[in-house]
Design a protein around this ligand. Sequence first.
Ligand code: ADP
Ligand code: ASP
Ligand code: MG
Length: 456
Amino acid sequence: MIVMKFGGTSVKNAEAIRNVINIAKNRNTKSVVVVSAFATVTNSLVKIIDSLKNDVNFALEEINKLQILHQNVANDLDISSEVNEFISLEFERFKMLATAINIIGEVSNKSKDLILSYGERLSLKIISIYAKNSGLNSKFVNSSEIIITDDSFTEAEVDFEATETVIKFKVLPIFNDFDVLICGGFIAGTIDGIITTLGRGGSDYSAGIIAAALEAELLDIYTDVDGILTTDPNLIKNAKLIKKLSYIEASELAYFGAKVLHPKTIFPAVKKNIEVRVLNSFNPHCDGTRIIGIKTNQNALKAIAFRKGITVINITSNRMLGAYGFLSKVFEVFKKHETSVDLVSTSEVSVSLTIDNKFNADKIIQELSEFSSIEFFDNKAIISVIGEGIRNTSGISARFFGILKDINIYMVSMGASEINLSIVVDEDNLKNAVVLLHDEFFSNELDSSIFEEIKR
Ligand code: ADP
Ligand code: ASP
Ligand code: MG
C-alpha cells in the first residue's frame, strides 16, 4: 500500500490531471491518491473570505470565475455531462452562503472552513470522475469523514486515535473491491461531521495522516519541483536537489520555512517509520528526495530555509537575576494569548524571542510590560541552516558568521537538536544573506551521494 499526494500545480488543468491519473495507473499497486485544490483556487477562496464583509460583489464575481475555471477543466476532461450538475449546485450554495455571510456581517472560522473546503471538494469530484472514466478501478472518499479533528477551525488538531479507527474500519475494506482510493487533502471533519481544515498547505499533512493510519510502505509527495532543494528555487536559481534527508532534518526545514512540505507532514510518518519521498509530477525520471529514519550524511549541511514576517521581542528584567520562575511567567503570557514562540535565546537578565503571529502582540506586550521592560522589532526574517553536519563539523559557525559579517544579526539560536543554526535579520537583508550563505556552503564540489545538480 502506498499513499501519493498531488499538489495544486500537479492538478492545475486537464493535462496535468491526465498525467496524475497516468502516474497512479503506472504505479500499479493498491494506493491512496490525495489531491489538492487546483492551483490558485485556495488563494482565491481566501480573497473571497476577506471581501465578504465589505465587498460582496467582488466576492460573487470571484465565485463566478471559480465556477468557470472548474467547468472548463471538466469540459477539457470530457466529463461535463457527469459533473456539471454537481458544480452548478455547489456554486449556487456557495453564492447563497456568501450573501448570507455578507448580511450577517461576520465570518466565523467555521464558515471560513466551509468556504475553504470548496477547492478540494471540487477537485476531488472532478478528478475522481475522470479517473473512473479513464479505466482506473477507483473510488472517492470524503476526507471530512475519515480524518477526525477537534473544532479548532482553520487549524484543526487531529484526533489520531479516532482517525486510525475510522480508516482501519471504513477505508481499508474498500480495497477489497477497488485498487485506488482518491480523497481530498487539507479537509477534515469533527466527530459530528462538521468540516474543518488543517491549515494552509495542509494536504501534505493529510497524506501523512492517512499513510500512518494505513501503515503504508511509502508516502510520495508529488509537487512541481524535483524534490527538496538546498533552498527556495524562487530565490536561488541554481539551488541543488537534496537526494536524502533524515526525518528530523526534513521536519526542521519545513518548520523553518521550506514551503515544499507542510511542517506537520513528517510526524505521522515517523511514528510508523514510513519512507517519505518528494517527487516532481512533471519529471518522472527524477528520483526526488528520500526522507528516511536514519542519519543521512553527518558531515554535510543540507539546506537553508527562511521565514519572513517575524517579530522579535526582547524582555529585560533585573528580577530575572538569580530568580526562578521568570521564564515560566513569560511563557505563560504567550500561552494565554495562543501565540507560539519560534526562537528563544536568554542571558542572565533578558530573554529574546520571535513570533510570527502578531494577532495578539499588543496584549502580549502590555502584559509582559507589567513585570519587565520590552522592546520589539517588526519586519524581521529568520534564516536557518539545517543539517546533521552542524553538530559534527567544526568550523561551520565560523564560516557562517564570517560570510555574514556585514549583515546586522538581531538574534542567534541553535536548537537542542543541534542540527539547526538560526539567525534573525532585517527582511531587507534576507535575500542578500541567503545568496551569500548558499554561495558559501553549496557552490563548491558537493557530496554526490547527497546532492545533485538540477537539469534545467
Ligand atoms: P504543492 O502545491 O505541490 O503543495 P507548494 O507550492 O506548496 O506545492 O510547494 C512547492 C514549492 O515550494 C516549490 O515550487 C518552491 O517554489 C517552494 N520551495 C520553497 N523552498 C523550497 C525548497 N527548499 N525546496 C523545494 N521547493 C521549495
Ligand atoms: N489547497 C490548500 C492550500 O492551498 C492545501 C494544499 O494545497 O496543501 O493551502
Ligand atoms: Mg504545498
